[in-house]
Design a protein around this ligand. Structure first.
Ligand code: GRF
Length: 201
């Protein structure tokens, strides 16, 4: 079985979509653990689905957060999915899981990403700039912020009348599909990464 760990910080609608996709057999995988770096509704979603749910408080662990997460997840997972996880991973976990950690970001990287770009700020920045398309990006996690190789992007239109909430909602829908499709590609071993390029079979 393809074994996944999911890291979260928020409400966990992306997590829920993965749980549903597994239950509905669209994904041939199992979630071994859900780890949150703060109190979050996502942990409740995990518990309801019978998945091990662990809180590793970022305020308590600070510099050791990544090592503590690695300790919880172990080294045998096939994939770690960051589904709305707000801390930055550092150190050993990035080496041990090289090219096996993915993140979903709610913009078309390299626009509107990087340090401090999360939540509604991302969408407000896109609207303020006046872009006509935005979207979401699934990428490999490396030691930068939103800098790893891009696996998949989905686009949505941006309207001048949009509020940040409107755009967030439109993009959220695409995130679910992008994450599911990406995880499926991993479970089928269809992804090869060479430098910044991601080849999909
Ligand atoms: C999503 O917008 C994701 O792109 C970002 O954090 C949000 C998480 O939403 N990284 P949810 O917790 O999955 O509902």
């Amino acid at each position: 079985m393809f074994r996944i760990g999911v890291l979260v910080s928020g409400s966990g609608t992306n997590l829920q979509h993965i749980i549903d996709a597994i239950q509905e057999k669209r994904l041939n995988a199992s979630i071994e653990a859900v780890v949150s770096d703060r109190e979050a509704y996502a942990l409740e979603r995990a518990k309801k689905a019978g998945i091990r749910a662990v809180l590793i408080d970022r305020k308590e662990y600070k510099k050791d957060l990544s090592d503590k997460i690695l300790q919880e997840l172990g080294t045998e997972l096939d994939l770690i999915v960051l589904a709305g996880f707000l801390s930055i991973l550092k150190g050993k976990i990035l080496d041990i899981y090289k090219n096996k950690i993915i993140n979903i970001h709610p913009s078309l990287i390299p626009s509107f990403c990087g340090d401090g770009m999360y939540g509604l700020k991302v969408h407000q920045a896109a609207i303020d700039y006046g872009v006509k398309v935005s979207g979401c990006t699934v990428h490999i996690v490396d030691n930068g912020t939103d800098t790893g190789p891009i696996i998949m992007q989905k686009t949505v239109p941006v309207y001048a009348e949009d509020t940040a909430e409107d755009l967030q909602k439109r993009i959220h829908e695409q995130e679910y599909t992008a994450l599911e499709e990406t995880i499926k590609l991993f479970t089928e071993n269809k992804i090869t990464i060479q430098g910044r390029k991601v080849y999909i079979k």
